[in-house]
Design a protein around this ligand. Structure first.
Ligand code: 5AD
Ligand code: SF4
Length: 444
């Protein structure tokens, strides 16, 4: 196996980026090295996302292209194994077998630790595809090789799955029930990541603030406890956590934003809609008032805190006044970044069957209005940063020679002219220019 190459294409969320990293770790343990492109890879893996219809369709169209590549390679006498992992598999295993029969194996997000076994099986009996989606999350974490440091900032999954069942969302079906990793395991992994060069950790979970991992004495601990423990690690300078569910933000967690200086002043806290009628239909356990109250408390704990959110427009039954309520909450909070989507019907979720589905044209119009407003807040905040000095963690090389790209405490992308030895370090930078999507600056 030693000279085989792999190529992983990742779709979707940060949890998927994290999973791809772990998959790369598994493959490297098997002697694979990373290919620079799909063409030169013996094993091509698509790590997929199912959260919106478009994401799933993109997977199928890209798979078509990969099939052509497989044929081209076959003409040169080269064998290519194609695998699909992640949420599309969990949700649409039959569709994959039907629409992409050339896929050699498919495995859900909770079972990819079985890859070595799957690959061995393929080597033994070529030609038959294998679909594998049943396995609990705790087993996955137990069987994975170590999470390798991803540079200056590493993702660390502490929780997986979701029991909230928002009526539009596939996650509870694709990622399964909530599972929290034990405290000691997380701390051990965090120490290792810091030792191998990460000064920032981003704790991941679909519903990260419902974390309830056991400590060494079998006692359940919350996210606030975990954050306080992590903050003690020398060399760890920045901590983030994502994605949080508003109804699970408690006072203990809020006080962390006052007490823990390492906790970055930026929080992604999706509200989805500003209308209480729609929030109820979405089965969210919070009203817009509850949400604003939480933000008020958070800002009291740390006045520098800035917010980001996810929004869905055109949820079934959304009328003009509901949409207006969403625009109002944007004005009220002044998000500095946000993701916004047109509602998309996901098979198997309750909202897909709701009456009063909103016309595509209206969804588009609402999305444009919302995004214009969100972008203007984003640009305003970025412009406010001009002249300020910010600590920036530089993570990658820029497009131009001698340029590095990093992240500010507020997750803004910033580029600056710096030598490569500044990579994976936090450097003080004065912001000189701002656009909607990025900042430029000079080291001071
Ligand atoms: N349609 C549109 N957006 C969705 N999201 C999740 N499911 C859907 C759907 N069916 C969005 C939510 C969530 C983000 C990750 O994706 O805003 O917070
Ligand atoms: Fe999906 Fe709701 Fe769970 Fe988020 S909280 S993963 S939107 S079900």
């Amino acid at each position: 196996m030693s000279n085989k190459k792999y190529y992983i294409k990742t779709f979707g969320c940060q949890m998927n980026v994290y999973d791809s990293n772990r998959i790369a770790g598994i493959l490297q343990n098997l002697g694979y090295t990373e290919a620079s492109n799909a063409k030169s890879a013996d094993l091509i893996i698509f790590n997929t996302c199912h959260i919106r219809e478009k994401a799933a369709e993109k997977v199928f169209s890209d798979l078509g292209r990969i099939y052509l590549l497989k044929q081209e390679r076959a003409e040169q006498g080269l064998d290519t194994i194609i695998g699909v992992v992640g949420c599309v598999v969990q949700a649409e295993d039959e569709q994959i077998a039907k629409r992409a029969p050339f896929v050699d194996f498919a495995t859900g997000p909770l079972t990819y630790h079985r890859l070595p076994e799957i690959l061995a099986k393929i080597a033994r009996k070529k030609g038959q595809s294998i679909i594998d989606t049943e396995f609990p999350a705790e087993a996955k974490f137990d069987f994975l090789p170590e999470n390798k440091s991803q540079g200056g900032c590493s993702f660390l999954a502490i929780q997986e799955g979701c029991d909230n069942f928002c009526t539009y969302c596939v996650v509870p079906y694709t990622r399964g029930v909530e599972y929290s990793r034990p405290v000691d395991e997380v701390i051990k992994e965090a120490r290792r990541l810091v030792k191998s060069g990460s000064c920032e950790l981003n704790l991941l979970g679909q519903n990260v603030n419902s974390y309830h991992g056991e400590d060494g004495n079998g006692k359940e601990r919350n996210l606030a406890y975990l954050l306080r423990q992590l903050a003690e690690i020398d060399g760890l300078e920045r901590i983030r956590y994502t994605t949080s569910y508003p109804a699970d933000v408690d006072d203990d967690l809020i006080s962390c934003h006052h007490d823990i200086k390492k906790l970055m002043p930026y929080l992604h806290l999706p509200v989805q809609s500003g209308s209480d009628k729609i929030l109820k239909a979405m089965n969210r356990r919070h009203t817009s008032g509850d949400y604003l109250k939480i933000i008020e408390k958070l800002k009291k704990a740390n006045p520098d805190l800035r917010m980001s959110s996810d929004f869905i427009v055109g949820f079934p039954g959304e009328e003009d006044k509901d949409f207006q309520a969403t625009l109002n909450i944007v004005k009220e909070v002044g998000y500095i970044q946000a993701f916004s989507f047109k509602y998309s019907r996901r098979a198997g979720t309750p909202a897909a069957l709701m009456p009063n589905q909103v016309e595509e044209k209206i969804k588009k119009e609402r999305l444009n209005i919302l995004q214009d407003m969100l972008f203007s807040y984003q640009l305003n905040f970025n412009k406010e940063c001009v002249g300020k000095i910010m600590p920036v963690l530089f993570e990658s090389k820029g497009r131009h020679k001698g340029q590095l790209i990093g992240r500010t405490p507020y997750m803004q992308n910033l580029h600056a002219e710096l030598s490569n030895d500044c990579l994976n370090k936090i450097i003080n930078v004065q912001v000189t220019e701002a656009t909607t999507n990025s900042l430029s600056g000079k080291a001071v």
